[in-house]
Design a protein around this ligand. Structure first.
Ligand SMILES: [Zn+2]
Length: 338
């Protein structure tokens, strides 16, 4: 079958790889309906995470179950399923408290930019739909697997409430999903910080009420002007750099929460500054499994259309072009046709 392997910085190849097999009785094998490239895939692609051996890429997935291990009870061959990029048993104490991304048996999905994929802990990780969804819903269902679930978690962690004022730092796919999530949670004002025209337009479509293109001090001043000079009730940090975290801290009012979901690279905190800023920080890998049934329902009943975030669609064989387009910011997010 075809799979995606990263050999080193900017050396990504779609090539013939071995088909996955059931390794544990709790595994399932799925045939991908579609898969995609994550912003976090760009870290190793750009050489910012070390690639010590060939990496089988891909952790966002949906598809049809083709085989299950002997211990799998809740999904069966033929069912359409979506799973989180975090593998979880959904039964351990952390899972029961809604933090499946800190599951005692946590693994991170890999190898999903392929025709077939193995999903460990299938009972805990996968959510099946009642019927096979129509083709046009596949991009949005795929989005629930990570990018929407992560944007949703940013809004949840930042405690977005009906009527609240929200700032979203980062106009990548996750930031745009954060805008969508804040809108669904009833935010009255959603300020998207974005410098790119096409992303600004999508942010507005997803519910942003204001766009701030400026960054740094100027950006903070604009946010203050829009928030009665006190800052936002909730800030979603969706990038993971020092610059974006500093921006988030400066836009948050005392007593607010920052939900941060960009994987931090080189981010440092000044203890005293944090102390006197008086904001709460909640982040980490999103417990997408907690949100999946709700998000899938919103998609299946056509209340949301997160799939619009895919502005480039290429066949799996052209995965290298998909990475390149995202790396060069020509594409927000690439969907891979399988
Ligand atoms: Zn668990």
């Amino acid at each position: 079958m075809l799979g995606t392997v990263l050999y080193g910085p900017r050396d990504i190849r779609c090539e013939e790889v071995a088909e996955p097999k059931i390794l544990h009785p709790t595994d399932a094998i799925i045939k991908l309906s579609a898969t995609c490239i994550c912003g976090s895939d760009l870290w190793p692609y750009r050489g910012l995470n070390e690639v010590s051996q060939p990496m089988h890429m891909g952790h966002e997935y949906c598809g049809v179950v083709v085989e299950v291990g002997s211990a799998v009870r809740t999904v069966k061959p033929g069912q359409f399923v979506v799973g989180s990029f975090c593998i979880s048993d959904n039964t351990c104490p952390h899972c029961r408290r809604g933090f499946q991304s800190s599951c005692e048996q946590r693994e991170f999905m890999s190898g999903a930019q392929a025709t077939l994929a193995r999903v460990p802990l299938a009972d805990g990780t996968l959510v099946a739909t009642a019927e096979t969804p129509t083709e046009d819903l596949i991009p949005s269902l795929l989005a629930t697997s990570d990018v929407l679930g992560t944007g949703w978690y940013a809004a949840d962690a930042a405690r977005v409430q009906p009527g609240s004022t929200v700032v979203v730092v980062g106009d990548g796919a996750v930031g745009l999903m954060g805008v969508l999530a804040a809108k669904q949670m009833g935010a009255a004002r959603i300020i998207a910080m974005s410098r790119h025209k096409s992303r600004q337009e999508l942010a507005l479509e997803y519910g942003a009420t204001d766009i701030v293109a400026a960054r740094g001090e100027e950006g903070v001043a604009k946010v203050r002007d829009l928030t009665q000079r006190i800052g936002a009730d909730s800030v979603l940090e969706c990038v993971g750099t020092q610059e974006s975290m500093s921006q988030a801290l400066a836009c948050a009012r005392p007593g607010s929460m920052i939900g941060y979901v960009g994987v931090p690279h080189g981010v440092q905190f000044d203890g005293q500054r944090l102390f006197f800023t008086q904001v709460g920080l909640m982040g980490g890998p999103a417990p997408v499994r907690r949100f999946l049934p709700h998000l899938m329902d919103l998609v299946l009943t056509r209340k949301i259309n997160p799939g619009k975030v895919f502005d480039l669609i290429v066949p799996l064989a052209d995965v290298a072009e998909g990475y390149k387009a995202m790396d060069e910011r020509r594409a927000i997010k690439t969907l891979l046709r399988v």
